[in-house]
Design a protein around this ligand. Structure first.
Ligand code: NAP
Length: 483
């Protein structure tokens, strides 16, 4: 048994700080190739005083997570962050293992034999529920489904959305709700120059939607959307923006809060909404209405079990006892005659095999990225998290960079203190043959680059940034044209 100087028993698996050298590179597995995963890889591979290899695992065939399957197709500039990720992937020591599911193809325990560090960056893969009657009726969907569908996510390509209805409600006033409402409101011409999935373009081209409502349960001052995103709603070619005058007038509590606030973004947000209020409709084909102080209480169905209305209750704001304001229902309600509902009330993390989980917060319990056996418990040596599975679904893509720096700092402190486990097989080639045994159709970064070029080439004749492959079969066939 190994004893430390104070005579206490030490974990025999702990390693000395000598890893991270040319003789003994630090071996790191990162699970999840969205921005959070790439920023962890970037932060590690940027260290000049450390020799490190990073294997980035992805259960899908293509990298970039929400940059490919979450960012709206008409926000091409946000997707440019992928260029930074290409630079990370070009660094010595980086490998991409696509189409490998950690949990089923390989397990966490198995990976521990090959790596000093395993870091999970799997995001928040499901949606929150509203918990009201009728939520599971036909034509009631989650925003996550719709977003994944229009972005060509292979697991969502078969989803059906009935766009023959005239009125749609999007519940929530975060940036995801804004994305969904904007895509529903765009003209086919606007969408046809984006990388939206081909099948989604076809369905949206035939859309008969005339009115889109975005529903906020609190007031304008509390809306979660950010200014460039809400401002863009007033600039759509085919939809007039509308707010209700009495709903953008601040209640006394919000008014007092705003008056004392020197948050310029908040003041600007309210100005944008007031401008929408004085804006006369130009008679465009569609209307997009942002409502405030309304909460859905029931989705009303017809005899075929399809949504035909959304009952909302009017709210007033009251102090929440934590320095903020919360919505409280009044006795006034109304029925919005909508035939389609998207709930966009936030994402939620899902438990990962072999890891503890905080079900309430939807995150893996952790301290600065070190996974804890339970909330407030002892760290699990060599296991870390970063991104939404660490802190919850908040912030923009860049927020994950800071988050990655924090997690990597914890990793390196643990390395220096000899707290990392010692893998039995640290040789990269041994690991690769093990993974290939489990998943013969593993995708490398070179494979992805080939897919990327093919998608871009498919887009060129149509003046689009790319035409995505949207199924696993299509991707595998494109990589192996001889069959
Ligand atoms: P979010 O920003 O947390 O917004 C969730 C919205 O749902 C809030 O308006 C919230 O209202 C509302 N809500 C929650 N529970 C509700 C309920 N039971 N009934 C009615 N409304 C309810 O979440 P998100 O829109 O999913 O976005 C996730 C993150 O991704 C955010 O950080 C967002 O900024 C980011 N994102 C950024 C972009 C971009 O930069 N373009 C695009 C998409 C997403 P309350 O405030 O009252 O709780």
């Amino acid at each position: 048994m190994i004893m430390d100087p104070k005579g206490k028993r030490k974990n025999q698996l702990t390693h000395t700080a000598s890893s991270g050298t040319a003789d003994q590179p630090l071996r790191v597995a990162v699970v999840g190739s969205g921005p959070a995963g790439f920023f962890v890889a970037q932060s590690l591979l940027a260290k000049t005083d450390l020799v490190v290899t990073v294997d980035l695992y992805e259960r899908l065939l293509t990298p970039f997570g929400l940059v490919r399957f979450g960012v709206a197709p008409d926000h091409e500039e946000i997707k440019r962050v992928a260029r930074q990720f290409d630079k990370v992937a070009a660094k010595p020591g980086f490998r991409f293992f696509g189409n490998v599911d950690v949990g089923s193809d390989v397990t966490l325990d198995e990976l521990k034999s090959y790596y000093h560090i395993i870091c999970f960056t799997t995001g928040a893969q499901t949606d929150r529920r509203m918990g009201i009657p009728g939520e599971d009726l036909a034509r009631s969907h989650t925003a996550t489904e719709f977003v994944a569908w229009y972005n060509g996510h292979p697991e969502y390509q078969d989803c059906q959305f009935d766009l023959s209805v005239e009125r749609v409600a999007v519940v929530g006033v975060g940036n995801v709700a804004v994305d969904v409402a904007r895509i529903l409101s765009r003209t086919a011409e606007e969408l046809s120059t984006t990388d939206i999935a081909d099948y989604a373009l076809k369905t949206l081209r035939q859309s008969r939607v005339k009115e889109v409502y975005i529903l906020g349960r609190r007031g304008p001052a509390q809306a979660a959307f950010t200014n460039p995103e809400v401002k863009e709603l007033g600039e759509l070619a085919g939809a007039d923006i509308r707010v209700l005058e009495d709903e953008i007038v601040l209640d006394p509590l919000s008014s007092a809060e705003v008056e004392q606030s020197d948050d310029r973004k908040l003041h600007r947000k309210l100005e944008i909404l007031r401008e929408f209020g004085v804006h006369s409709p130009a008679g465009k084909r569609r209307t997009l209405t942002i409502r405030f102080l309304v909460s859905p209480v029931e989705l009303v169905g017809n005899q075929d079990g399809q949504v035909v209305g959304l009952r909302v209750v009017r709210n007033r704001l009251v102090e929440d006892g934590r320095g903020g304001l919360r919505a409280e229902a009044t006795d006034q309600s109304e029925l919005l005659p909508v035939g389609l509902v998207f709930r966009s009330v936030g994402y939620h993390g899902v438990p990962l095999a072999g890891l503890p989980f905080d079900h309430k917060r939807g995150v893996v319990p952790n301290e600065l990225g070190r996974v804890l056996a339970s909330p407030g418990g002892a760290p699990m040596p060599g296991v870390y998290v970063s991104g939404w599975i660490k802190r919850g679904p908040s912030g923009v893509i860049g927020t994950n960079k800071r988050d990655a720096v924090e997690t990597v700092k914890a990793m390196l402190e643990d390395l220096a203190l000899g707290k990392l486990p010692s893998p039995a097989h640290p040789e990269p080639a041994t690991l690769e043959s093990f993974v290939r045994q489990r998943q013969s159709a593993m995708i490398t970064y070179a494979d992805w680059q080939r897919i990327n070029q093919l998608e871009i080439a498919r887009g060129e004749p149509q003046g689009r940034p790319r035409v995505k492959f949207t199924s696993t079969e299509e991707i595998l066939a494109a990589l192996n044209p001889e069959g």
